[in-house]
Design a protein around this ligand. Structure first.
Ligand code: ADP
Length: 491
């Protein structure tokens, strides 16, 4: 049987998943990845570990399965940055992870100097430590001898896709794809090239950078367990999930509910700059034709349920939240704004703190838990509103995935509050599936997007059942709760 191997290198684990061409999972191997926190706000990983774990899980899968692997697709945690020696492959410093905030002051200074508008217009991003550019600059400026070596052309930079590709091809391919490039804050997504003005702004030598290609491309060949396999697909994790959810039409949205929530809306071939502090990013580029996406993130989604479990001891397992929430008829006016780490899109208030409001003497764990689940729907609604306003496109479909969508109540709440039909796919490993789709597309296993859309299968779907008036009333109170949290953050 022909198969496709997806490498899914995430923030907390490195995985290899073998898919049938019908999109079923045949084998999967995983290794947890250690994170290092050397100072407050710093988050690092050992890049060598990332490579060894990744090749390790691939070898494991090949050991178990003797199916023919037609191609490999790579998907990865985005923005995380590595610089390594072009001869030896040795990283000059740990990988600086997307969550790392060490360059916050530098970003603030650049904003103060008025550079954000330029960055935004070229990259679709906000001037934030999250993206690769200031992480690269930090390594160049702070690790002994690195800038000199970089200027001599002895070093290479890559996000994790690129770093893995380089190793998988024995140091032959120094390439990335356009979705990963679009998260570096150095790539001009309108002109579709590395931007010299931004390279000058961040003082980064061009020689460090990889070549940028479409998501389907002959990226090189990997030798794994003695087998020579072409690598023909690549995309950053959220874009891969959009593809894995077969959101190929304008107005289609995928939303992933894990610890946080990431939503991407396909906006088609025209670049739109958000007026609501959403990001504009590359959704995918095939045969040179670009498709853009709007992206919004909610910092705390499933983490609110974790908090109820770990800090409040409401239940032992996140799953039990559903039964507890169903133990009451409604949240009885209790609202939970889970702004534990500030508020993300479209509010962007880093100083906000979480709050539970509307409690009475009768309130119990059930009401609070129900309010935490409802918050998922309210936060999603606010994001969808921003998508709508920026794109002027109706949301056609909302396809959801991630750990939280095993909660039926949350899915129904999402439909009720957003007023949009919610689809849950059969294969919820959408990120890895997206990488496999891309690899298969390039090998002709799938002819086109229509072919892939036929492979994508719906498991459950949820129709809005709540009347519009009640939904509006709930949203009005939610908005007030967010306003209260915002006001408190200003004290
Ligand atoms: P991540 O990839 O960010 O680690 P996952 O996609 O594995 O996250 O989802 C895990 C999150 O989903 C956890 O925060 C957990 O609290 C939440 N979660 C998982 N199952 C449920 C459930 N049935 N009800 C509510 N929350 C859940």
């Amino acid at each position: 049987m022909k198969t496709l191997l997806a490498i899914d290198q995430g923030t907390t684990s490195s995985r290899a998943i073998l898919f049938s061409t019908a999109g079923e999972i045949l084998e999967t191997c995983q290794k947890e990845l250690q994170l290092f926190y050397p100072h407050k706000g710093w988050v690092e990983q050992d890049a060598n570990q990332i490579w060894h774990d990744t090749i390790g899980v691939c070898e494991e899968v090949l050991k178990i399965s003797d199916n023919e692997i037609a191609a490999i697709g790579i998907t990865n945690q985005r923005e995380t940055s590595v610089i390594w020696d072009r001869e030896t492959g040795e990283p000059v410093y740990h990988a600086i992870v997307w969550q790392d905030r060490r360059t916050a002051d530098y970003c603030a200074a650049l904003k103060e100097q008025g550079h954000e508008a330029l960055v935004r217009s070229k990259t679709g991003l906000l001037l934030d430590p999250y993206f690769s550019a200031t992480k690269i600059k930090w390594i160049l400026d702070n690790v002994d001898g690195v800038r000199e070596r970089a200027e001599k052309g002895a070093l290479l930079f890559g996000t994790i896709d690129c770093f893995l590709l380089w190793h998988l091809t024995g140091g032959v391919s120094h390439k990335t794809d356009v979705t990963n490039a679009s998260r570096t804050m150095l790539y001009n997504i309108v002109e579709q090239k590395w931007d010299e003005e931004l390279l000058a702004l961040f003082d980064i030598p061009h020689s460090l950078l990889p070549e940028v290609y479409d998501n389907c491309h002959d990226f090189g060949h990997a030798t794994i367990a003695g087998k020579n396999i072409p690598i023909t697909g690549m995309a950053g994790d959220q874009q891969a999930a959009l593809i894995g959810q077969a959101c190929f039409e304008k107005g289609m949205v995928k939303s992933t509910y894990g610890t946080g929530c990431f939503a991407l809306m396909n906006i088609g071939p025209d670049y739109i700059q958000s007026k609501n502090r959403l990001l504009t990013t590359v959704a995918y580029r095939l045969n040179g034709d670009i498709t853009y996406a709007l992206e919004g993130s909610i910092f705390v989604a499933g983490a609110a349920i974790q908090w109820l479990r770990d800090n409040m001891g409401f239940f032992d397992n996140a799953k039990e939240s559903e039964a507890l929430a169903r133990s009451v008829d409604s949240s009885e006016g209790v609202y939970f704004v889970p702004a534990f780490t500030g508020l993300g899109a479209p509010y962007w208030n880093p100083n906000a703190h979480a709050a539970i409001m509307g409690l009475t003497r009768d309130s119990n764990k059930g009401h609070i838990t129900r309010a935490a689940l409802e918050a998922q729907a309210y936060q999603t609604h606010d994001l969808m509103d921003a998508f709508l306003e920026d794109s002027q496109m109706n949301i056609q479909k909302l396809r959801v995935d991630g750990g939280l969508v095993s909660n039926i109540m949350v899915c129904q709440m999402l439909a009720d509050i957003t007023g949009v039909k919610i689809d849950v796919p059969k294969i919820t490993e959408t990120t890895a599936l997206g990488a496999a789709f891309l690899a298969g597309l390039h090998r002709g296993i799938y002819k086109d997007f229509d072919d892939i859309s036929k492979v994508w299968q719906q498991d459950q779907s949820y129709q809005p059942e709540l009347d519009k008036e009640t939904a509006q009333k709930c949203l009005k109170y939610w908005k007030r709760a967010v306003q209260a949290v915002t006001l408190l953050s200003e004290i």
